[in-house]
Design a protein around this ligand. Sequence first.
Ligand code: SIN
Length: 534
Amino acid sequence: MTPPVGGISPSVAWEATADLVVVGGGVAGLSAAISASRRGLAVLTVSKGGPTDTATQYAQGGIAVPGTAVEGDSVESHVQDTCDAGAGLCDEEAVRSIVDAGPEAVAVLESLGAMFDRGVDGGVSRTMEGGHRVRRIIHSGGDATGAEVQRALNESGHTVLFGTSVVRVLTVQGDVAGVLAHSSAGYGVIHSPTVLLATGGLGQLYSCSTNPPGATADGIALALDAGAEVSDIEFVQFHPTVLFAAGSTGRRPLVSEAVRGEGAHLVDLEGTRFMTGVHPLRDLAPRDVVSRAIAEQLHRTGTDHVLLDARAVRDFHTRFPTVTASCLAVGIDPQAQLIPVAPAAHYSCGGVVTDVWGRTGVPGLLAAGEVARTGLHGANRLASNSLLEGLVVGGRAGIAGAQRLGRRADPADISLPSTVSVPRHRLQTLMTEHAGVVRDRDGLDVVTRAVNGAVPAEPRGSVWEDAALTVSASALALAASERTESRGCHTRRDHPGADPAMRRSTRVRRNAHGDLELRVPSGVDDMDLMTGVG
Ligand code: SIN
């Protein structure tokens, strides 16, 4: 990949100062902002979109949180299910730390006004999803959990500067000094010793995704540019049941896994159940297993979708109002008809390497939520662990932000980052074809050649997003090429089995020349877990 060109000095039209800059207005960003503000920090939160343009808004299933009153559930059983789904790459200490803090984080959210569904006995209702052995997932509005979480956080009174993108994290001698931002007022510098990246995922790398249009890997690019490491980026989770419509691209409506948790099952176009015999949990196997089984069906039969039979789910319309609305919009009544579904890009299991307080290896740089890799998800995220992680690690990052580790930047020394990019549509087509549910060496080489041939574009419009997607595709192809095995949600057609010697995470960073380089620690236990706030 061409090194960042840099060198062009932006004309800085505005300046501001904060103790903590939060980049992103979803669950992790706002949890951090609220937690830091409560501790007296001057927090400036920026978001490139509007109040509901977040992946949090679209989360359906719920929040996985151990329920002490649920038979068979405990912190340890939730840790076990998470590690089983994570296919050998979870950091068990990090998993336990995050799961254990779940109930308290949910209580904080409830104190902000979030409401969770309750049963006739008045107790909180809990549902099932793939990979969970007990019903531990709390939910809101049936299948509108994310919207309720976002509403409660948006109404907390914390101010967000919407329509403001971050173009570069500023560093002085390796320490964070603030951000270079861009809004309708032009380029601006926000001086701050601490910056939290809570920018979400990278679903827009693919033609079809459950993610909003803003999921363009911005935080991955910002972190690499600032000197942080990215890990496990080859593990992109494809959600097995995304509403299928021939030829459609962009954000596609999810058909929550909780629909299968409430009894729905998958069938092929002949009506035959195909998850039987694939995994003991059948239709509720971990997500990577179900997506792979569907991909195999599609490949074998030459079709483009399978069907979800939810006709036996009681009170479907009231239990799943969001899914119902999406289905009715395309003329399907899920209570009476089969739902056409196919896998689509859903979640980045890897990301910027952090500890369970959101701290990266760059002094003053924090990351939380989907953009981060804490070790919770390993090679495949357990369903509904993402809102949990955003709440817990986001809240903690607000505390870690009080460390004020960074320095002050001189606007005269600021330059724009690289704009090297592959046109978005071309990149999405290549990634979908060659780096999707199933990959192989030849296909990954095609992606690598395309990103290596990318050229700088004019620094305007969505070019920063295109550049972020391109550098992330490059990192992903690098890590996926090196991982010559199939594990979790990384499936190699040319290496179908898991290789015990590869039970370790990959790490990608920029070297002194600006090129991406891959580092492979010797084993999963070699990953240094930094815990506690010093
Ligand atoms: C779903 O409702 O199926 C999505 C939940 C998740 O991705 O955790």
